[in-house]
Design a binder for this molecule. Sequence first.
Ligand SMILES: C[S@@+](CC[C@H](N)C(=O)[O-])C[C@H]1O[C@@H](n2cnc3c(N)ncnc32)[C@H](O)[C@@H]1O
Length: 219
Amino acid sequence: MTTDVAPTSGFHGRLFGFVAPIYAKLWKPIVLGTLSGGGFERELQDILDLHRPRGDELMIDLGCGPGNFTTAFAKLAPKGFIAGLDLAYPMLQVARGNAGRVGASNTAFTQANAQRLPIRRDSVALVSFCGTLHLLPQPEQALAEVAAILRPGGSLVGMTFVKGEWWAQRLIERFFNRFLHFRFFPYDHIQTMFADAGLKVEGCTRRRLILLFHAKKPG
Ligand SMILES: C[S@@+](CC[C@H](N)C(=O)[O-])C[C@H]1O[C@@H](n2cnc3c(N)ncnc32)[C@H](O)[C@@H]1O
C-alpha cells in the first residue's frame, strides 16, 4: 500500500478535507437525514442486514472518511483486519484518532484513490464502499478496481445515491448536484455498472434517495 502523501486535490478531496472535523457529528447526520430520513445507526444496520463480516477476513473500507464504518466492522470482526482508504488526508487523521479512541487495533488507514487501488488482486474478502461512489468522476473504474481486488466469492457492501421519483426529491437532488457535485444514479444504471464490473448484486435496500447494496464477485 502507499503511504500518505500530499493534501488532496480535486473538489471532493478539498471539500471532505475541510469538513473532516465536523463530518460525523454534523455533516453526515444532515446529509443522510435529508436524503434518507435516517441516521448512521440505521445505515449500518441496513448494511449488516444485507451482509455481515464473517471473522478473520481482510477487509477494505473505501472512502472511509472518519472511519465510522471501519471501526464498526473492526469491532464486529475482531480477528479480521480492515484498512480504511481515503483521498482526503485530514479524514485519515480523524479516522486514526477515532480508531485509537475505541481501541480498534485491527485497523490501518492510508491515502489512496478508489479509482486506482494499491492492493493485491484477488486478496480481499469484503469491501465496504459507503457514501463515495457518487463522488467519483469514473465510478465504473472504481467498481472494476473493487472487483479486481476482491477474492472470488468476496463481497462488496455500500451505499450510494439514487434518483428520486417525486418532484420534491428531484429538487433536493438538484441542490446537492449543483452545490456539492453529488451524482444521483438512475437505479437501472447502478445495476448495469455492477454487472459490467463483473459483480453480481445479491441484495439492495432503498431508503428514499439512497441505495444500500450487497454484491459478490462470482467464484
Ligand atoms: C461522504 S464521505 C463517506 C465517509 C464514510 N464512508 C461514510 O459513509 O460516512 C466520502 C469520502 O470519500 C472520499 N473520497 C472522495 N473521492 C475519493 C476517491 N477518488 N478515492 C478515495 N476516497 C475518496 C472523501 O474524501 C470522503 O472522505
